[in-house]
Write a protein that binds this ligand. Structure first.
Ligand code: PEP
Ligand code: MN
Length: 263
C-alpha cells in the first residue's frame, strides 16, 4: 500500500487547510518539550511569524533516562491546543503508548510516532484507528524497507495518511548525534507515494548544522521539515544544544523562502 506500484500519484494529506505532500513545503517547528505556557506561546508566536505552519512540542517525552523530565502530559496537550487557538498553527505531538492514543488524538492534528516506537507494531495498529494523520519517524537503526513496512502497518488498518520523517540513523560517527540520511528522501520518493519530511535537529544534535542541512533536505525533495526551536535554548529542559533560537530560526526561514518560496 505504501508503494508507487500500488499508487503512482503522490499522497497529499490535508490538515485543516494545509496540504502536506503537495507543492508547498511545510515547516513544523517548536520546542522539544512543552515546558510551560509562557515558553510554548512565545515559541508558537515566533515560529508562526517566521512562516511555520505547524507547531511541534512533546507532552509525553521518550527520554533515554528515566530520571529525565518526562513531559507535562495532559497539561501539555491542553497548552498545545490553546496555542493552536491563539495562533492557528496545527499541532504535532508524540504518542508513546497504546494507553494514551485516544487522549493525544483528542488534542493533536497529527500524531507522531517517535524513532523508539517505529517497530512497536501494536502501537502502530492502534494509532491507525485514531483517525488522524500519523507522522512516522524512522527508527534509528531501521532500513528504508523496515520503515516502509512500519508505515504499511498503519496503511493496512485503513489509515492512508502517513507522513514519513527521516531523523538520522546510527552510524560509527559520533560527532553529530546521528547521521542524517538524506539519501532516504529521493529513495522514498522513488519507492513510495507518501510525503517525506526531514528532522535535521534530532539527526544532527547541534544547532549550527541545522540550517545547511535543512536547505539540503529541501533540495533533495523533502515535503517539509521538523525543527526544534526554543526561545532560550540554553535554558531548555531537553535538546537545547540542537534547538534554534528565534533569530536563527528566522534566518533559516528566510533562506528556505529564498529557495522554495515558502511565504
Ligand atoms: C521528538 O521529535 O520529540 C523526538 C523525541 O524525536 P525522535 O523520536 O526522532 O528521537
Ligand atoms: Mn527533541
Amino acid at each position: 500500500l505504501a508503494s508507487r506500484a500500488y499508487k503512482s500519484e503522490p499522497t497529499i494529506i490535508k490538515v485543516g487547510d494545509l496540504s502536506i505532500g503537495g507543492d508547498t513545503i511545510h515547516v513544523m517547528a517548536g520546542p522539544c518539550a512543552v515546558e510551560s505556557w509562557e515558553q510554548l506561546l512565545q515559541t508558537a508566536q515566533i515560529v508562526k511569524e517566521a512562516g511555520a505552519t505547524l507547531l511541534r512540542g512533546g507532552a509525553f517525552k521518550p527520554r533515554t533516562s528515566p530520571y529525565s523530565f518526562q513531559g507535562l502530559e495532559e497539561k501539555g496537550l491542553e497548552m498545545l491546543a490553546e496555542a493552536r487557538e491563539r495562533t492557528g498553527l496545527r499541532i504535532v505531538t508524540e504518542v508513546m503508548d497504546t494507553r494514551t492514543v485516544g487522549l493525544v488524538a483528542r488534542y493533536a492534528d497529527i500524531l507522531q510516532i517517535g524513532t523508539r516506537n517505529m517497530s512497536n507494531f501494536i502501537l502502530l495498529r492502534e494509532i491507525a484507528w485514531a483517525g488522524k494523520p500519523v507522522l512516522l519517524k524512522r527508527g534509528s537503526s531501521a532500513t528504508i524497507e523496515e520503515w516502509l513496512l512500519a508505515a504499511e502497518y498503519i496503511l493496512a488498518e485503513g489509515n492512508r495518511e502517513v507522513i514519513l520523517c527521516e531523523r538520522g540513523i546510527r552510524t560509527f560517527d559520533d560527532y553529530t548525534r546521528n547521521t542524517l540520511d538524506l539519501t532516504a528522501v529521493p529513495v522514498i520518493k522513488y519507492l513510495s507515494h507518501l510525503p517525506v519530511i526531514v528532522d535535521p535537529s534530532h539527526a544532527i544534535g547541534k544547532w549550527r548544522f541545522v540550517e545547511p542541512m535543512s536547505r539540503a533536505a529541501i533540495a533533495a525533495g523533502a515535503d517539509g521539515l521538523l525543527i526544534e526551536v526554543h526561545p532560550n535554548p540554553s535554558e531548555a529542559i531537553c535538546d537545547g544544544p540542537q534547538s534554534l533560537n528565534p533569530e536563527n530560526f528566522r534566518a533559516l526561514m528566510q533562506q528556505l523562502n529564498d529557495i522554495a518560496g515558502l511565504m
